[in-house]
Ligand binder design. Structure first.
Ligand code: KG4
Ligand code: ZN
Length: 346
């Protein structure tokens, strides 16, 4: 424990999907502890099984809270508030986190703050890069979301574009499955693409020729299936996998970079913040770095741990809401979709 008494110690809890995560954040800036447990059980099924995710959260969460407090050297009674993801996500998984947070908050006599998972991704870069200039653009690319958002101020957003069908990470996962690779597909395609030729297959650049900021990835997935037809079913030779991975990835990266730069230009943004698991992608990071440098725009990409689902970003948004006196009441509930989550999408 530091000599100075912290003004706030927020316990963050994230259980919206298949990662159980707990964080202890001091004064809205310093992560004193940050634990993330990926649930490996889903690999057996080639995708996330909601019921198994809920059970795993239930088993892991109490133990992880205890470990995180121990690692942070914080007694439960020293906590100021609990920030917990309440939407969007798998409702059964969200309810596990919410029930725990409400019970623990009541026992400790501290407020609970419901945090929107997507809003948390918008701000996760702040944990490492500090406060951003406003307005700026945030790009969320994950297994469930592909969103371009103008962040006018904390809490003030304009949704600029989103995917009309599959999310970027979902496309990676589906293409990986078609190639006979494991789940999740993003990391393995990222790796295989490094040895392939991006020009080997001429895959479409979906929606690039249309105005606006929306994305579409399902046609790209279909194009990959069509290209693989003459080669039969997996297993495929490594060289073919590498070429398909590189060509698919080039199409995704080109589309995402072009739309992001279009958004940056429209907003006149001085910064672009990234969040979501696909923001770990090395080709995407490199292409965005080049495009942002050319424009003199600061690129704020969190380290991989903070790109993927994590409680650090939940605690961060919770601390900001707490500082504004915005805490949740007993009616705090779980919602599956972003639209139903109550967040003002501008
Ligand atoms: O944000 P996240 O951990 O969970 C949610 O979906 O909310 O994102 C997971 C997604 C998966 O679809 C995974 O395949 C993708 O992020 N992903 C990647 C990479 N690492 C994870 N996609 C491309 N390249 C990567 N290196
Ligand atoms: Zn997420």
């Amino acid at each position: 424990m530091s000599a100075r008494r912290p003004e706030s110690l927020v316990l963050g809890i994230e259980t919206s999907c298949d990662d159980t995560s707990v964080a202890v954040l001091e004064d809205g800036v310093t992560l004193r502890a940050h634990l993330i447990a990926a649930q490996d059980v889903h690999k057996l099924y080639g995708g996330i099984v909601p019921e198994l995710a809920s059970r795993a959260h239930l088993e892991l969460l109490p133990r992880m809270v205890k470990s995180a407090l121990g690692e942070a050297n914080v007694e439960p009674a020293e906590l100021t508030a609990i920030a917990v993801t309440h939407a969007p996500g798998l409702v059964g998984s969200l309810v596990v986190g919410l029930a725990f947070a409400k019970a623990y908050g009541a026992a400790l006599g501290i407020p609970v703050i419901g945090v929107n998972h997507i809003e948390a991704h918008l701000h996760s870069a702040t944990l490492e890069h500090g406060e951003p200039p406003y307005p700026h653009v945030a790009l969320i690319v994950s297994g469930g979301h592909t969103e371009l958002v103008e962040v006018k101020a904390f809490g003030e957003y304009r949704w600029m574009g989103a995917t009309l069908d599959d999310a970027a990470g979902e496309a990676y996962d589906k293409v990986a499955k078609r190639l006979g690779l494991g789940f999740p597909g993003g990391p393995v395609i990222d790796r295989m693409a490094a040895n392939g030729r991006a020009e080997a297959f001429a895959f479409p650049r979906p929606m690039l020729d249309r105005p606006g900021f929306d994305f579409s990835f399902s046609g790209l997935k279909t194009a990959v299936g069509t290209a693989l037809k003459p080669h039969g079913e997996p297993p495929y030779p490594d060289a073919l996998i590498a070429d398909v991975a590189a060509s698919f990835q080039a199409a995704v990266v080109e589309t995402v970079v072009a739309k992001s730069m279009r958004a940056v230009d429209e907003v006149g943004a001085k910064a672009l913040s990234l969040g979501g698991g696909v923001a770990c992608n090395r080709a995407l990071r490199a292409a965005l770095a080049t495009a942002c440098e050319r424009r003199g725009v600061a690129l704020r990409i969190p380290s991989p741990r903070l790109c993927a689902d994590n409680a650090g970003m939940i605690a961060l948004v919770g601390a900001k809401r707490l500082a504004r006196g915005e805490v949740s009441g007993p009616e705090l509930d779980a919602f599956a979709s972003l639209e139903a989550s109550g967040l003002d999408l501008g």
